[in-house]
Design a protein around this ligand. Structure first.
Ligand SMILES: C[S@@+](CC[C@H](N)C(=O)[O-])C[C@H]1O[C@@H](n2cnc3c(N)ncnc32)[C@H](O)[C@@H]1O
Ligand SMILES: Nc1nc2[nH]cc(C(=O)O)c2c(=O)[nH]1
Ligand code: SF4
Ligand SMILES: [Mg+2]
Length: 266
């Protein structure tokens, strides 16, 4: 279901002005669709994707530009989202993603409603916000320095502007990361462009192992090649696979890019 219509000015969240007054349990939804989980330890599992709009970060490479740099969405009540999810009869997994789904209070109500109906829930999150919700897999993708937008490195036509500083300030929050790994089944999914990313991954991991109460195994750590197109993935995936073997971490493909070139609703 394509549901993007109203445009926003592109601040951290979505513009409050276009939110219906009675929308206590509503979410700004950019798209809702049925596909295969393309990433991580559940890659290949048929899943319904609920993509919220609005993000507190601005990765230069964001493959969901219309939820971050230029957010678009329609406001949907949680009940209506659940009904749409239920219309995909074959699915028993739901992936809540964005944008950053954890910036929205109503994500908790949605996850509770999905849990009540027996769905397995994955939340795709940048790991900067912790909420208490029924999450079966916290798919945490901490953002490295190489994700920070700069005047030379921003999506086409976008102005990194104040986001360079803000993204850099907010992208790693060790307390939030520790809160997530302590509370939920988790995977840590790092977007990797090249070998220069590895020292920071090892540093974040060492700090997180100190901060967390639970063990973080090397196979909880996934290296995902940076690339929103087949062409770009062809440049990154083999070197990222080699890095996974060299460091003893897990590699994750991006099946939806291989299969559908990351077209909308895939
Ligand atoms: C669009 S984000 C939404 C969830 C959350 N904001 C986050 O970043 O984890 C979904 C996933 O796509 C990854 N991602 C975004 N752009 C990418 C790109 N160009 N190449 C590889 N992974 C990318 C993110 O790191 C995250 O794991
Ligand atoms: N097929 C498919 N799998 C995905 N796994 C995580 C995604 C996301 O954008 O969060 C995603 C996505 O956009 N499509
Ligand atoms: S944190 Fe996620 S949604 Fe936000 S800009 Fe980065 S990849 Fe895009
Ligand atoms: Mg995606």
């Amino acid at each position: 279901m394509p549901v993007s219509d109203s445009a926003d000015p592109g601040d951290a969240s979505v513009a409050p002005g276009d939110r219906p007054d009675d929308a206590t349990d509503a979410l700004p939804i950019n798209e809702l669709f049925y596909s295969l989980q393309g990433e991580g330890r559940l890659a290949g599992v048929p899943s319904v994707f609920v993509r919220t709009s609005g993000c507190n970060l601005r990765c230069w490479f964001c493959d969901s530009y219309h939820t971050s740099w230029e957010p678009t969405h329609a406001w949907l009540d949680v009940d209506d989202i659940v009904a749409e999810v239920e219309s995909y009869d074959a699915a028993d997994h739901v992936v809540l993603t964005g944008g950053e789904p954890m910036i929205h209070d109503a994500s908790v109500a949605l996850l509770e409603a999905l849990d009540d109906r027996g769905y397995h829930t994955t939340v795709e999150t940048n790991g900067t916000i912790v909420r208490d919700a029924p999450i079966d897999l916290a798919s945490v993708s901490p953002k490295l320095a190489s994700s920070t937008p700069t005047p030379d490195r921003a999506p086409d036509g976008a102005d990194a502007g104040p986001w360079a500083e803000r993204h850099e300030r907010d992208r790693i929050d060790l307390d939030a990361l520790a809160g997530l790994v302590d509370a939920y089944e988790f995977q840590l999914k790092f977007v990797v462009s090249d070998a220069d990313d590895m020292p920071e991954i090892r540093e974040v991991l060492a700090d997180l192992r100190d901060a967390a109460a639970v063990p973080i195994r090397d196979d909880d750590v996934l290296l995902m090649p940076e690339g929103a197109t087949r062409e770009r993935l062809a440049e990154t995936r083999t070197r990222v696979a080699d890095l996974a073997m060299e460091h003893g971490f897990r590699y994750t493909p991006r099946l939806h890019v291989d299969l559908w070139n990351d077209a909308p609703e895939t």
